[in-house]
Design a protein around this ligand. Structure first.
Ligand SMILES: Nc1ncnc2c1ncn2[C@@H]1O[C@H](COP(=O)(O)OP(=O)(O)OP(=O)(O)O)[C@@H](O)[C@H]1O
Length: 642
């Protein structure tokens, strides 16, 4: 049975300006297995055009091409890819080996495209390379081989998937006569083992080796005659019993191929990754800076707050204040005091163990502390609360019964060493002067007395002191959030410090977001840079893409290889960004901790992940355009490219 049958094949090339060039005219011919056919003809007679059609690289023709009885013209793109991968082996005049791959990888590439396992690929390639006498060269690169050796590698590559048809386009055109004989001998042996070998040549000497010689001129067959008889050699059982891969290029193999190519251009890729990392680096740095700043603010504010205590204030904006305006405690400006009912409600909140009442007396020139002949005015007097932490105390101790802690400046104004001295506190509320004596127990950042002492003074004057702030104490930090939520639900207000902390945090978040977004603009620059580099890579590797298509790579495979390259650039630049940011962050933290006792850069795992993922995504998106361009390249045009 005929392996190949061509019926009335016509091929026209469209020229610019709409004219047609008739390259093949009514070609009808058939080929059997075991034939070594030489197609001979002048330059420009249409030999390569015919080979491209037979090889499934060019499907833009009229007429019928049958392979084992099947009409190739009716093949889908997928079937055509399969046909090129498994039924046809290509050998080119200029070898067309992929320069950055080893001999072994050049030979196995067609199997890699079929996702055959690595061991299987190696076993098969070694056997075939042994047949062509190159076993000891498998780890070399193509440029370390002689011309004849390169062509033998190309022959091994053509044979690797055990195709039925070998197409050799001037396989000896670039070889001297000694090597030509060697290569022809190998090609002859291939035909003898039952393959159909179609070889294009200019040379009658080369054609003399074949079993059939077809002469072509101006796109027409002008002669078809028998050559010498080839003795059929029985195929050794083990040379064709290997499993053919039926799958497609795996993502892992695509990444490996991309990595091998990137390694060949290592300097360029390091620079690109470094350039692309700058954007990611600044985004991670901004986020970490924001994190550091926030942690610092929170830490500073939290150090002033007792975590077991929840501060409660009356919310002046509640729709129905629990007391009328007249009842407002004049001690604390317009702060609304808590009523007994309020205190009752608050004390019943779950996990509240005890409750401390507090007021703050403000006075502008009306309140004073007197010591002997010295008197100094005080702006604010607070009652002690569990929320006043040790950090407030500068010297001495917090007040016990009938004791007072006074502010640093007041102590200085009264004569300096005040601890243990008796002072008189005078204050004006609601047009009434109150006064009481206290022993100074300590120096702090504010003036503190006990609520009970003040309440006693009020009682002595026939008045009642109502708290304007209440501190709820719990036994475990884990309860504070629930208590805070409850007081909010009941319509009371939390601490002013916390409200401020929230405001700060919101502001830092907003600032971080703005700064990170501004840095993000440089990501566009990275994206464009990657796009340009990959475009250049596609142009440089046009011929390689043609070869890959000739040996069966699908559009998807080509795309996958280039997108993988973009993936790797993204991964590398993300990793470079994280490394450099860590180093910069470490240096910044060394400086900031010695200056302000804080780590200004707080890099979190989420920022690192975000940085690397963003880098990969941006890079892959930028790689899509060049990858599609590569995938769409016409194999015939690509192979003709010098
Ligand atoms: N893409 C194309 N567009 C227009 N004309 C083309 C194109 N490719 C080939 N041709 C023309 O078709 C004719 C046959 O070309 P082909 O490459 O098949 O010749 P060939 O016999 O293989 O030549 P050579 O031995 O020099 O390789 C030539 O005249 C060539 O100029």
């Amino acid at each position: 049975m005929n392996v190949l049958e061509l019926h009335h094949i016509d091929k026209n090339y469209k020229l610019t300006g709409g004219e047609l060039y008739h390259a093949l005219r009514d070609i009808s011919v058939s080929f059997k297995k075991g034939e070594l056919v030489s197609i001979i003809g002048e330059s420009g007679s249409g030999k390569s055009t015919l080979m491209n059609i037979i090889g499934g690289l060019d499907s833009d023709f009229t007429g019928k091409l049958l392979f084992n009885g099947e009409n190739i013209g009716e093949y889908s793109e997928k079937q055509l890819d399969e046909y090129r991968k498994n039924k046809i082996g290509f050998i080119f005049q200029s070898f067309n080996l992929i320069s950055h791959l080893s001999i072994l990888d050049n030979v196995t590439i067609a199997m890699t495209l079929s996702n055959v396992s690595k061991e299987e690929r190696k076993k098969r390639a070694e056997k075939i390379l042994e047949q062509v006498g190159l076993k000891q060269h498998i780890h070399k690169k193509p440029n370390q081989l002689s011309g004849g050796q390169k062509q033998r590698v190309a022959i091994a590559r053509a044979l690797i998937n055990d195709p039925e048809v070998i197409i050799a386009d001037e396989p000896t055109g670039a070889l001297d006569s000694g090597t030509t004989d060697q290569v022809l001998k190998i090609i002859e042996d291939i035909a003898k083992r039952g393959k159909l070998v179609i070889m294009v040549t200019h040379s009658d000497k080369v054609a003399a080796h074949s079993s059939r010689v077809i002469r072509i001129a101006d796109g027409e067959i002008i002669d078809d005659r028998k050559g010498r008889e080839l003795a059929y050699v029985e195929e050794t059982a083990d040379s064709s019993d290997f499993p053919k891969g039926t799958k497609n290029l795996s993502f892992a193999s695509a990444v490996t191929l991309a990595f091998q190519n990137m390694k060949a251009k290592i300097t360029r890729n390091i620079w690109v990754s470094l350039g692309a990392s700058i954007g990611i680096m600044s985004v991670i740095l901004m986020l970490s800076l924001g994190g550091g700043l926030k942690a610092y603010v929170n830490q500073t504010i939290n150090s002033m707050i007792n975590p077991l205590v929840v501060e409660v204030n009356m919310d002046n904006h509640t729709e129905e204040p629990s007391v009328s305006k007249e009842e407002m405690n004049p001690l604390s400006g317009n702060s609304t005091p808590f009523t007994e009912a309020d205190l009752e409600t608050l004390s019943k909140i779950e996990h509240v163990d005890s409750m401390d009442k507090s007021v703050n007396i403000m006075g502008f020139g009306t309140n004073s502390i007197i010591y002997g002949d010295e008197s100094t005015s005080v702006l604010s007097i607070s009652t002690m609360s569990p929320n006043v932490t040790d950090s407030a105390l500068l010297d001495g101790s917090f007040p016990g019964d009938n004791e007072i802690v006074i502010q640093d400046e007041i102590a200085t104004a009264l004569g300096g060493d005040m601890i243990g001295k008796s002072v008189t506190l005078k204050w004006l509320v609601d047009e009434q002067f109150y006064s009481a004596d206290f022993i100074v127990s300590g120096i702090a950042n504010n003036n503190y007395v006990n609520f009970e002492d003040l309440a006693q003074v009020y009682a002595d004057n026939g008045n009642e002191l109502q708290p304007t702030t209440v501190y709820l104490v719990t036994d475990d930090e884990s309860h504070t959030d629930a208590i805070k939520a409850e007081i909010e639900k009941l319509g009371y207000k939390g601490s002013a410090q916390e409200a401020m902390m929230k405001l700060f945090n919101d502001m830092i978040d907003a600032l971080t977001f703005v700064l990170a977004s501004i840095s993000g603009v440089s990501l566009f620059v990275s994206a464009i840079m990657i796009l340009v580099i990959l475009y250049i890579s596609v142009v440089e590797r046009t011929k390689e893409i043609g070869v890959l298509k000739a040996i069966g790579a699908r559009r998807k495979d080509i795309k996958r290889i280039f997108v993988s390259e973009a993936f790797l650039i993204g991964l590398f630049s993300g990793m470079i960004a994280v490394t450099i940011t860590s180093i910069l962050g470490w240096i910044a933290n060394r400086i900031s901790s010695s200056l302000f006792d804080m780590n200004i850069v707080q890099m979190e795992m989420s920022y690192i992940t975000f940085g690397i993922v963003t880098s990969i995504v941006i890079s892959m998106l930028s790689g899509l355009l060049p990858a599609s361009k590569a995938a769409k390249l016409d194999p015939v045009d690509s192979l003709r490219r010098e």
